[in-house]
Design a protein around this ligand. Structure first.
Ligand SMILES: NC(=O)c1ccc[n+]([C@@H]2O[C@H](COP(=O)([O-])OP(=O)(O)OC[C@H]3O[C@@H](n4cnc5c(N)ncnc54)[C@H](OP(=O)(O)O)[C@@H]3O)[C@@H](O)[C@H]2O)c1
Length: 282
């Protein structure tokens, strides 16, 4: 390698926001190295520590944003560097679980877009943590433009790393989708499917591992956020999964948890129960 090539500035890291959690001895060393190697400008780095005076020192010395709020730091970050003591890591991860969630919404058609819009306006998730797929690129472009989310037509890319997968495809497409993404799908991802008549057992069977699955059946007034949504849990879904599904669908209407054996009857009835669960806004 020539001298000039060695001295050349390294390319910028393709990172919009780096959250450095815990800027003690190791963290500060890393921060200083990162900034002096010009891999990232100070304006794209935020760091947290336990005490405000140390945060003020970091801001003063490195020109970065520093404070004591881990939620704020990881929100919207596309790279999180954890430099905490080992015994603090679990607590931190639990604390920022919501902000670190990645949602893949598969099939943002009528129902999917309704859910997306409800989810974002209820601030359950920031747009930066949502990726959605559709069949046609112009529709993906529309979603990106309107909601500021990442949207495209690549299901593999969408589910990679996602811990929450929301399936809003037509029922006959679900099996093919599961087969397509089986390899990329995280084993610990929660799958929520709104596809009518697709059972949790079918999804578990197609994936071939004890996947946590919740089945949802919304009715049409959900599209104006005044609907009813029946939820049923699969064999491996937990109470926490049901609570999360309730939170997600709460943006569309009232939720009720039922035994899955009643889902087919509900699926048959709900389309006729099109009276909004409450009066829609003017
Ligand atoms: N609509 C409701 O009120 C309602 C109520 C209860 C349950 N559901 C259930 O929700 C599901 C969706 O219904 P919908 O009314 O929203 O249908 P829809 O408007 O036709 O939406 C389907 C979406 O899937 C996308 N898509 C097709 N193939 C895909 C693939 N291989 N990968 C990723 N995306 C793909 C389509 O993309 P393009 O837009 O690019 O074509 C479209 O955006 C159905 O299973 C239905 O049973 C709907």
């Amino acid at each position: 390698m020539s001298k000039s090539a060695r001295a050349a500035k390294p390319p910028d890291l393709d990172v919009k926001k780096l959250a450095l959690i815990g800027a003690g001895k190791l963290g500060e060393g890393l921060l200083s190295g990162l900034l002096s190697s010009q891999l990232l400008p100070a304006s794209r780095v935020v760091s947290t520590v336990a005490h405000q005076p140390r945060a003020d020192y970091l801001t003063e010395k490195y020109g970065i944003k520093a404070h004591t709020d881990n939620h704020q730091a990881v929100a919207g970050a596309d790279l999180v560097l954890i430099c905490l003591k080992p015994q603090q890591v679990k607590g931190f991860l639990h604390e920022v679980k919501k902000e670190l969630r990645k949602l893949a919404l598969i099939g943002a058609g009528k129902l999917g877009e309704g859910l997306l819009s409800g989810l974002l306006s209820s601030q359950l998730l920031p747009a930066s943590r949502v990726v959605s797929t559709v069949a046609h690129q112009p529709r993906a472009d529309y979603l990106t433009e309107k909601y500021g989310i990442k949207a495209h037509t690549d299901n593999h890319q969408a589910v990679a790393g996602a811990d929450l997968v929301l399936i809003c495809l037509k029922p006959q497409q679900v099996k093919g989708f599961l087969h397509e993404v089986k390899k990329e799908l995280r084993k610990d991802a929660l799958i929520i499917s709104a596809a009518a008549s697709v059972t949790t057992a079918l999804i578990e069977r197609e994936l071939g591992h004890p996947a946590r699955v919740v089945r949802a059946m919304p009715n049409t007034p959900c599209l104006i956020r005044h609907g009813m949504i029946a939820l049923a849990r699969g064999k491996h879904a937990t109470d926490e999964d049901i609570s999360l599904a309730k939170e997600i669908f709460a943006s569309m209407g009232r939720t009720v948890v039922v035994d899955e054996k009643h889902m087919d009857a509900i699926t048959g009835l709900l389309p006729w129960c099109c009276i909004p669960a409450s009066t829609p806004p003017n």
